[in-house]
Ligand binder design. Structure first.
Ligand code: AMO
Length: 423
C-alpha cells in the first residue's frame, strides 16, 4: 500500500490507507483515544483503541487504517487505526506545544527551540511561501535569458561600504563575509549580460530590529545594455508579478494558514526622492534626511496606499550621499538608484551602475574608499563594460510583509542575530 497524505484522506473513504507523520496531539476520552497525525500536507485525525500505547507528542509514526467520514473531525474525515508503528518515540516532552503555537506568545522560546518549533504548521508556512517565491524568481528570469551565477562569499573587501562587515581569518590574510554579490554580479554582466543569484549574504548589524538579520537571502539581478534604470524597474515589476503568482499557486495552503492578503501588483508607481521627501515633510509632517528611516518608509507606504491604493512604491533618483559608490551619478547630486517599498518596508535597492572606469575611480575617491582595495573589481572596467543595472530583493523581508510576520526572523529557518548563533 502506498502512502496517503493527510490532505488527500477525503479521496479514500471506505478504503484502507497508510499514513506517515508525527504525533501532533493526543487526547484520551476514556473509551476512545484521538490522535492528530501531522505530515507535510497538514493534519488528520486518527482514532486509536486500547491496544496501542501512545508515546510523547512529536514521535514519528506510521498508521494503517480505514478512512470514514466524521463531520466532527478536522476536515470532516478520520482514520480508524488498525495498526500503528513508531519509527522513533520522542524521549522528551516537546519544549513547545506545537498545536498551540502562536509566535506572538514567546518569540525567544520559539526561536531557541527552532529545531522543533518549526514543525508547527504556522511556523513552517512562511518558509514554504518563500521557497515558492524563490522558485518563481528563478523561473521568470530563466525565461528572460538570465543565467544563474554563484559568486564567492569570502571576499577581500566590502561591496557596500559602511562598517557592517564580518571579518574572518583567511590563512595569513584578512578576509570578509560578502555583504552582497554586487561587484561580482557586475563582472558577470560582462560575461552573460543577464545574471541572477540566490544566496545568503552577511551584514554585521549591531542593532536588533524586527527587520534586520545578520545573514539573509539576497535575490540578486543584474542586466546589461540598458538605456536607464527604468528598464530595471520594469523588469522587477514583471518579476514580482511572476513570483507572487507562483507563490499563490504553489503555497496556497500556507498562504491561507498565514492569512495572506495578496497585494495589488497592477501598479507600482515611481516617486522621485525629492518628491517623496516633500510629501514626508509637508504632507506628513516628518522631517527626514537623505536616507529614509523605518518610520518614514512606513509613512510613505501608508500614504501611497491611501492616495493610490498601491502596495508597492518605487522611490527613484536617490541622492548620491545615500547611495554606494557604484550608483550612476546624474551630475546634479542625484543617482539612478531606487528603492522599492512593499507596504512601507524597503524590500529592494537597485539602479543603474557606473560602467566607465574613470567615473568609478572618481566616485570611489569621493566616497573616501581606497581604490587599491577594489583593484580586482576595477580591472574589469578597463575592458569595455556595457551600461548596466540591477537590484536585490531581501527574500525574508518580502516574505515578512507578505505573510504579515511581526519579525523578519520568522522568515528564516535559523536566523542569525546579534545574540543568536544556535540552533
Ligand atoms: P541593500 O544593502 O539595500 O542593497 O540590500 C538590498 C535588500 O536586501 C535586504 N536587506 C536586508 N534584509 C534583512 N536583514 C538585513 N540586515 C538586510 N539588509 C538589506 C533589503 C534591501 O532592500 N547591492 C545592493 C543591491 C543592488 O543595488 O543590486 C544591496 O545590497 O530588502
Amino acid at each position: 500500500m502506498c502512502r496517503t497524505l493527510a490532505r488527500e484522506v477525503s479521496r479514500h473513504v471506505g478504503q484502507n490507507i497508510v499514513l506517515q507523520g508525527f504525533l501532533h496531539w493526543k487526547r484520551d476520552l476514556g473509551g476512545i483515544r484521538f490522535v492528530l497525525l501531522r505530515d507535510r500536507s497538514g493534519v488528520v485525525q486518527v482514532v486509536v483503541d486500547r491496544r496501542f500505547e501512545l508515546p510523547l507528542a512529536e514521535s514519528s509514526m506510521k498508521v494503517v487504517g480505514k478512512v470514514v467520514a466524521n463531520p466532527k473531525a478536522p476536515g470532516g474525515y478520520e482514520v480508524l487505526a488498525e495498526h500503528i508503528e513508531f519509527y522513533a518515540k520522542a524521549t522528551e516532552p516537546s519544549p513547545i506545544e506545537i498545536p498551540k503555537e502562536a509566535w506572538r506568545a514567546n518569540p525567544d522560546t520559539l526561536l531557541e527551540y527552532r529545531y522543533v518549533s518549526l514543525r508547527g504548521e504556522k511556523a513552517r508556512a512562511p518558509l514554504k511561501l518563500q521557497a515558492a517565491l524563490v522558485r518563481g524568481f528563478r523561473a521568470y528570469l530563466d525565461g528572460q535569458g538570465f543565467t544563474e551565477i554563484f559568486t564567492p562569499k569570502i571576499v577581500s573587501a566590502g561591496a557596500e561600504g559602511g562598517s557592517n562587515l564580518f571579518g574572518i581569518d583567511y590563512f595569513e590574510h584578512r578576509a570578509y563575509l560578502a555583504q552582497s554579490p554586487q561587484l561580482y554580479k557586475q563582472i558577470m554582466v560582462g560575461v552573460f549580460e543577464r545574471v541572477y543569484e540566490v544566496a545568503p549574504v552577511f551584514r554585521a548589524e549591531q542593532h536588533a530590529t524586527s527587520r534586520h538579520l545578520n545573514e539573509y537571502l539576497s535575490l540578486d539581478v543584474e542586466m546589461g545594455f540598458i538605456e536607464s534604470e527604468a528598464e530595471v524597474m520594469d523588469l522587477e515589476e514583471e518579476l514580482l508579478r511572476a513570483m507572487l503568482e507562483e507563490a499563490r499557486h504553489l503555497a496556497d495552503h500556507e498562504a491561507r494558514i498565514l492569512g495572506v492578503e495578496w497585494p495589488n501588483t497592477r501598479e507600482m508607481p515611481r516617486l522621485e526622492h525629492h518628491e517623496a521627501r516633500r510629501i514626508l515633510r509637508e504632507e506628513l509632517g516628518m522631517p527626514v534626511g537623505a536616507d529614509f528611516n523605518e518610520e518614514a518608509e512606513r509613512a510613505l507606504g501608508a500614504w501611497a496606499k491611501e492616495r493610490w491604493g498601491v502596495d508597492f512604491l518605487f522611490v527613484t533618483r536617490y541622492p548620491e550621499s545615500a547611495r554606494p559608490f557604484y550608483a550612476y551619478p546624474e551630475g546634479d547630486g542625484t543617482t539612478r538608484g531606487f528603492d522599492l517599498l512593499f507596504r512601507g518596508l524597503e524590500i529592494t535597492s537597485g539602479g543603474q551602475r557606473i560602467h566607465r572606469y574613470e567615473v568609478l575611480l572618481e566616485q570611489l575617491r569621493k566616497k573616501g574608499h581606497d581604490p587599491a582595495q577594489f583593484a580586482g573589481y576595477l580591472e574589469v572596467f578597463k575592458y569595455g563594460m556595457p551600461p548596466h543595472g540591477g537590484f536585490a530583493i531581501g527574500a525574508e523581508r518580502l516574505t515578512q510583509r507578505l505573510a504579515n510576520l511581526p519579525n523578519v526572523r520568522y522568515a528564516r529557518a535559523f536566523p542569525r542575530d546579534r545574540h543568536r548563533l544556535t540552533p
